[in-house]
Design a protein around this ligand. Sequence first.
Ligand code: SF4
Ligand code: SF4
Ligand code: SF4
Length: 315
Amino acid sequence: MSEVTVNTEWLSDCSGCHIAIVDLHEKILNVLQAVKIQRCPVLTDIKGYPHATVGLVSGAIRNEHDRHAAIEMRKCCDIVIAWGSCAVFGGPAGAGNIHTPVEIGRAVYLENKTTTSAAPPSREVSPLESLVSPLDSVIDVDLYLPGCPPHPAFVFEALSALVEGRQPEVNRRSVCAKCKRKMEKTDVSEIKTNSEGFPNADQCFLSQGYSCMGSVTIDRCLAPCPANGVPCTGCAGATMQILTEPNRDIRTEIAERMSRLTKIKREVIVGALERASKSHYSYTMATSMIGNKPTFHIKKWIEDENADYEAGGAA
Ligand code: SF4
Ligand code: SF4
Ligand code: SF4
């Protein structure tokens, strides 16, 4: 392949995916020798959209600006990569789909207990669309690179493959494949919240009653969280099995595994996961691949949980 030119663009996101390029460290020199980064919001001040071989687009579609920028990137780039869980699935911003833009504006600008600002966004700010959507709801995408952000190894592999003119290596494994914790049967009889107790460092979190999402999450990170004492929260998005098989779902799959490993009943685990669904589905809630499953009830589960919380008089 002749010189590969790269444009990047960020839509509604936290900029973490762009920072992942910096995390390539010295490997970025190999990439830079082979590619010319000509448009990159964190590095360059180009407002237009020059023609490029590859377009890396991070972030979800949340407002008019995102939609416009996505369409411009599609027009000017031969290959478009949805880069990071926000672009692929809607990402954490997708949890905003539980609320209307008016509710969000009110909570953030008018009723925010931690700031004194009472000014809603001015008309110069691009208005929110009614729902958060993944990139491919607006433009055609050629390659998906989920992760929050994707581990630099996967970014490097994707860019190297494009430079070398080959298909990138595809890894369909779950986070469990890289996790060293052991799944074993226990007498644990109660599900725990992730902030409860002191988990054993060698045993699978599911064996201990913690709802780790590693088994339903695609590995785009090399499993850093369970290696450092924290259950996986599914930030890279669901595995292909969950996405493509109609009867498989995040909460039922986790419940199935945890109930086989512990003495906790499957229905109890399903109920606990439903009550915490705003967390468990936050990264993928905006994609129809998840939204079209039985999880279309997510909004109801969250409303029920909020009602229980209010009824309990929690501060
Ligand atoms: S995928 Fe994660 S790191 Fe990347 S922009 Fe979205 S929230 Fe940030
Ligand atoms: S469920 Fe979590 S703790 Fe258990 S093996 Fe998978 S990633 Fe590791
Ligand atoms: S282990 Fe899970 S939460 Fe942690 S980075 Fe990987 S996918 Fe994200």
